[in-house]
Design a protein around this ligand. Structure first.
Ligand code: SAJ
Length: 401
């Protein structure tokens, strides 16, 4: 069949190329002309292991093409971002503008019996909203198209493996939509395909990321409590996790990325009075960078113009992604606060990508009075405790134990 994929980012591009290598005719559509050109030349514009190989073979096979505009097809997949924005005094309301724009862009090309799949993480009711927009623009298609929500669940850094191996939720607005979507995902997904309605599918995706956020908030709160009590939080958590029914995640400098720090707000926005725990967890995680900054300032006050070595800038370990990174926010703040000389280091980040000077690990370790570890990159795990024994160490990830 012919598939149109709207959005060629971290989800759309892997999905489009995977479908193309399984023999489907795929047209990937993106508003970024540069990305379209790069993909059509068989290369990629984002960083993800092995994606370059997959895209190259999909483009070379003739089954994957990229374009700025959609065409007619059998199935349309929406894989565009869903950030938040301020609406009526709520600073964290879901921003559906990308989904609405993509839906309006495909509406003129839709035919009877087409399937429209929403993959973007979305507030409850968005799949129905997509259908409403289409029917408002094309009233003759009322009751004649199929819509479904099949939320993406892949972990950046392991997208290709998880795209194939993860179980997949399919929530249709009708039974026929579920059956059609199921047949499509079966062509590349080895995991179980779980059927439900679109609203439950939307909620289950938000629940997955909120579960993780609440669990990390618990760990972050424990880290602040243990710091107050002079207890090593990592040891306490590791010991508690030896109980067969306890599984606490790891504390850190805060929660970053475009998913876990965003999606819980979609639940809060749709049921504010009922979402007390989810909201508080978000607030706990968002407050963690300030706690780390206060800690550094307290230690720095003991020195005259200290050198503060900051280890790690990305939003999590072993990636180069700086967007929505609590570590970046912390280092930015320290730079502006004028409390000393800030020397940041991240072995995964190219020097020209950072808005301030980056130093190599050896230099930072040698010159720092205070070492602030912010990301648990592999490279930092090899730091010899003997070499840093005379420094003040603030370890937000428990790596330098
Ligand atoms: N983090 C901690 N402690 C932990 C685990 C993570 O502080 O124990 C922090 C990380 O450092 C990072 C943030 O949380 O700043 C998020 O990282 P992550 O690895 O938990 O998740 P993401 O944002 O890379 O991807 C998540 C995944 N969701 C779940 O694991 C439930 C992924 O499967 C989703 O597809 C993705 O969100 C998404 O697109 O929604």
């Amino acid at each position: 069949q012919k598939i149109i994929v709207m959005g060629l980012g971290y989800i759309g591009l892997p999905t489009a190329s995977m479908l193309a290598t399984k023999g489907h005719q795929v047209l990937g559509v993106d508003v970024n002309a540069q990305a379209v050109d790069i993909i059509n030349s068989g290369r990629i514009h984002i960083v993800e292991p092995d994606l370059d190989i997959l895209v190259k073979s999909a483009v070379n096979s003739g089954n994957l093409k990229a374009s700025l505009t959609p065409e007619e097809g059998d199935t349309f997949i929406l894989a565009v971002p869903t950030p938040f924005k301020e609406v009526d005094g709520n600073p964290k309301a879901p921003d559906l503008a990308y989904i609405e724009t993509a839906t309006r862009a495909i509406a003129p090309f839709l035919r009877e019996d087409n399937l429209i799949i929403l993959e973007s993480t979305s507030p409850v009711g968005t799949t129905e909203r997509v259908q409403e927009i289409i029917v408002a623009m094309r009233p003759e298609l009322a009751g004649k198209i199929h819509t479904a929500h099949c939320p993406e669940r892949v972990l950046p850094g392991q997208i290709l493996r998880e795209l194939v191996d993860n179980d997949r939720i399919i929530g249709g607005t009708t039974k026929a939509a579920v059956a059609k979507a199921k047949a499509l995902y079966k062509t590349f997904c080895n995991g179980a395909i779980l059927e439900t309605d679109s609203r439950t599918a939307e909620m289950s995706k938000l629940v997955e990321n909120s579960f993780r956020d609440v669990n990390i908030a618990f760990a972050n709160e424990l880290s602040v409590i243990c710091d107050h009590l002079g207890i090593n939080v990592w040891e306490a958590i590791a010991l508690a996790n030896r109980h067969p029914r306890v599984n606490i995640l790891q504390p850190g400098p805060g929660v970053g990325g475009h998913c876990i720090a965003v999606d819980p707000w979609f639940i809060v926005a749709s049921a504010p009075a009922q979402s007390r725990l989810i909201r508080t967890a978000r607030e706990v995680n968002d407050a963690k960078p300030d706690w780390v900054i206060a800690k550094v300032k307290a230690k720095a006050a003991r020195f005259h113009e200290p050198v503060i070595g900051c280890l790690g800038l990305s939003f999590k370990a072993n990636i180069d992604d700086l967007r929505e990174s609590p570590s970046m926010d912390i280092v930015h703040h320290l730079h502006q606060s004028g409390i000393g000389k800030i020397m940041a280091c991240d072995p995964n980040v190219r020097k020209e990508k950072a808005p301030f000077a980056l130093y190599d690990l050896k230099t930072v370790i040698k010159e720092a009075d205070i070492l602030l570890l912010l990301v648990d990159h592999e490279e930092f795990k090899d730091i010899d405790p003997q070499v840093i024994k005379d420094k003040v160490v603030i370890d937000t990830k428990g790596v330098l134990r």
